[in-house]
Write a protein that binds this ligand. Sequence first.
Ligand code: BGC
Length: 251
Amino acid sequence: MDLPFGIDFGGSGIKGAPVDLAAGEFAMERQRVATPQPATPDAVAAVLVDLLSRFPHSSAAVGITVPAVVRHGVVSSAANIDDSWVGTDADALFTDATGRDVHIVNDADAAGLAEVRYGAARGRRGLVIVTTLGTGIGSALVHDGVLVPNSELGHLEIEGHDAESRAANSAREREGLSMEEWAGRLRTYYRHLEMLFSPELFVVGGGISKQADEFLPLLGLDTEIVPARLLNKAGIVGAALYASLSEGSSG
Ligand code: BGC
């Protein structure tokens, strides 16, 4: 089977499946391995070998999400991951470890590609900003279907704070905020993005987007804002899509 393989590298689990890119769906049931602790690049490489060995007939390119800035396969930030990732050429490390053509991609960029190709922003022209609300805030800027990678809009400084430290879903949980209180912070955040970018559409992903009807109607923005559609498939599908777009290249 030569379908591209997508892997979603999360804080608690590393999940993967071959992806049917015509449909934007898993071609086989997804498998999950616990994320090693600490999740250093070498420890993750060992888990990837295990995960891929469960799909013996798969040999095509592999895309892997990582919650960090990635340029030409090299990780250059580590907001919510082990510091040892910074400076690691993860494409080279994982290609060596697995014998597959591996391409890593920022997690929000993968979700953005997937939402634009298959999900809530399908067919939308102009600037779409996909945000993921989780431990941090991830962002993807997609203009007329083309991704501008590594936008890192979760780290905008707003009212003297790193935006994600106030408005990520982890801030809601950590501070025990009500949906109304959290929506107030989200409003400040998305208002700021509106002012800077004047997008056509915001798409909101991350696990909490399943409860989008409890907070999106409270935001009162000028810009249309909708929940993501691919939910927990976005990382795997977006990573596989990214791998197929990057296949054979070193970036
Ligand atoms: C990281 C981003 C990532 C986002 C969501 C942020 O803290 O800097 O690279 O996309 O979290 O995981």
